[in-house]
Design a protein around this ligand. Structure first.
Ligand code: SF4
Length: 267
């Protein structure tokens, strides 16, 4: 069971659906392993190959299970805070933000210096505070539920393409952040391609090199069987953190070595 508890916040917040959260997703373009391919002739993996990799990852890491928490706006802010920092600092910054302000409206309308001060433990707080406020203002200016201007709850039942387009039109929000919101808040069909998922995906030949974030997310969605979105994301991320490290992948002890083109070429 995947269990990641967020910091406790004061009880006067309107939303309480943010008790568990996925591991950190970091926005960055993936890196390559020694010996990995840099070819422009990428061939998408067959479904049989994807199934073999998925099964092997399951043997090592199990099948992650986590109920969607149902709070897309909290997920959106949390993902902004996760950029260029680690899980712990992200959580400290998030808890401090929610303890300092009693609602998202208060965060939106506060002097930016106050928001920056609250989230300072998360790093690059000047950029993040301005971005969070810009996002909250943009949502307020284009509400899909006029009676609840600061809400993304309408995404629960909206077509996913509409929700994704709305999210990626917000200031500084890309496909990875949108995928986090859709998958972790509502369990919708999207797969965040963070730096770990992208790196491992490249090395295993699942994802193309020299691709934009949009292309990587499209490719990841295309190869992921419906219902396996969370599992693929979490298990590839775990593999990237525990074994397939950015600079020194531990190929000698990797459970996927026999099916990894990067391993064969670097041996
Ligand atoms: S063999 Fe394993 S650790 Fe090495 S590059 Fe491939 S996936 Fe990463």
């Amino acid at each position: 069971m995947l269990r990641r508890r967020l910091p406790t916040v004061s009880a006067n917040w309107q939303s309480s659906h943010w008790q568990h959260r996925m591991p950190l997703c970091v926005v960055a373009m993936p890196t390559t392993a020694p010996g990995s391919r840099h070819s422009g002739s990428f061939k998408p993996p067959t479904s049989a190959r994807v199934a073999r990799i998925r099964a092997r990852l399951r043997e090592v890491y199990g099948i992650p299970r986590m109920a969607p928490h149902g709070d897309p706006l909290a997920e959106l802010v949390l993902t902004v805070l996760s950029q260029s920092t680690n899980d712990r600092n992200r959580d400290v910054a998030y808890a401090a933000l929610r303890q300092r302000f009693s609602s998202w409206k208060d965060v939106r309308d506060a002097p930016v210096a106050q928001v920056e001060l609250a989230i300072r433990p998360g790093g690059i707080s000047k950029v993040k505070s301005a971005r969070i406020q810009a996002i909250l203002r943009a949502i307020s200016a284009d509400p899909r539920e006029p009676q609840r201007a600061l809400s993304l709850d309408w995404m629960r039942c909206a077509p996913i393409a509409e929700s994704r387009a709305y999210l990626t039109a917000l200031p500084g929000v890309g496909r990875k952040t949108a995928a986090c919101v859709l998958l972790f808040a509502y369990g919708l069909r999207d797969v965040p391609v963070d730096t770990h998922v992208g790196r491992v995906g490249h090395r295993l030949g699942l994802l193309p090199h020299r691709a934009s974030s949009d292309q990587l997310h499209d490719a990841m969605l295309a190869l992921t069987p419906p219902g396996a979105e969370l599992e693929f994301h979490v298990n590839l991320l775990r593999h990237g953190r525990r074994t397939c490290h950015a600079r020194t992948p531990d190929c000698a002890h990797c459970a996927l070595a026999r099916m990894c083109p990067a391993r064969r070429l670097s041996a």
